[in-house]
Design a protein around this ligand. Structure first.
Ligand code: ADP
Length: 295
């Protein structure tokens, strides 16, 4: 809220300054109409002044926005770290204080394992996001079957969210889609996309995955969900670091705004592209990953 106020303040300040500059300049021009040389000079300075002001205001607003997103990111990460830790702690305390049946114990262990997976997932995502800045990666590139990686990722997500098998339908195909890539990186891409597809689908996810081989030598993976969709004004921004679409409030799925940023940098580093389509709110979304197939 405070940030929003300061943004408004700077925008109003910028506009006022511009108006003042225009008023001064117009008065000045009127007084000096005969002196053409001065007039031209004045106009040039005027243009420079205005450009500077506009640039300054744009810069300020952008910085404030960035700050706002980083704050939100920190909050999200803290939440993502704290919740599973608190849960693990609670179960450990219970295990220590009470005599529980073996079934109950095993149930608690499973929950704690799932929580620690969640913790690890968050930490790995933050690490991956900082790694995407380094250009010295790509040590483990080898031919990888795209279909296989997608199927493995889907199986992991089905387990992670305890979904029925049919929640993620993968259309088979005959042509091999081999990519020269680091298997783990490719898995990160599809785990993120499928995780989002489930997360933003509400109670009954219905996800379809399709493959295509284009004549340009690009393999395509389409991940389509019937979830809450993405407003068209947000389609470009969602790939930015820390960016999250503002939702309906407390019931919103949690996240860090890093997933799609990581996806885009990995896909980009292989000379591929990630595209997104959505007809709007509650009309589902389709993410398309394009990667060059190896010879
Ligand atoms: P996170 O999910 O942690 O917020 P991401 O970078 O993975 O971060 O996604 C950025 C934003 O894009 C999300 O906050 C969400 O609003 C939107 N988004 C991503 N995938 C989907 C999807 N399948 N359906 C609807 N919205 C999505």
């Amino acid at each position: 809220m405070r940030r929003r106020k300061s943004t408004i303040f700077f925008v109003v300040l910028g506009v006022l300054l511009i108006a003042l500059a225009i008023a001064l300049q117009v008065g000045w021009i009127l007084l000096n109409l005969q002196q053409i040389a001065l007039l031209v000079l004045g106009i040039v300075f005027f243009a420079l002044l205005i450009t500077g002001l506009v640039l300054n205001t744009t810069f300020l607003v952008r910085e404030i926005r960035k700050n706002e997103q980083q704050d939100a990111f920190l909050n999200a990460v803290t939440h993502e770290l704290k919740t599973p830790l608190a849960s693990i702690r609670l179960y450990l305390q219970t295990l220590k204080q009470r005599d529980l049946s073996p079934e109950k114990r095993s149930e608690f262990y499973d929950i704690m394992l799932a929580d620690s997976d969640r913790l690890l997932g968050t930490v790995e995502q933050v690490l991956a996001a900082s790694k995407t800045k380094e250009k010295t990666r790509r040590s483990k590139a080898a031919p990888v079957d795209l279909r296989e990686v997608v199927a493995e990722s889907a199986a992991q997500i089905v387990t992670r969210y305890n979904l029925p098998e049919k929640a993620i339908k993968i259309t088979d195909g005959s042509d091999a889609l081999m990519i020269e890539a680091d298997r783990e990186e490719l898995q990160t891409v599809f785990l993120n996309l499928l995780d989002n597809a489930v997360k933003y689908s509400g109670d009954d996810p219905d996800i379809a995955v399709k493959f295509r081989l284009r004549s340009t030598g690009m393999a395509e993976v389409h991940v389509k969900d019937r979830g809450r969709g993405i407003p068209s004004s947000e389609l470009k921004s969602i790939f930015k670091r820390f960016y999250r679409v503002r939702g309906s409030g407390a019931s919103d799925p949690k996240g860090t705004g890093l997933g799609l940023f990581i996806v885009r940098s990995i896909v980009g580093s292989y000379g591929g592209r990630i595209l997104v389509k959505s007809k709007g709110l509650n009309k589902g979304s389709t993410f398309i990953v394009r990667l060059p197939v190896s010879e």
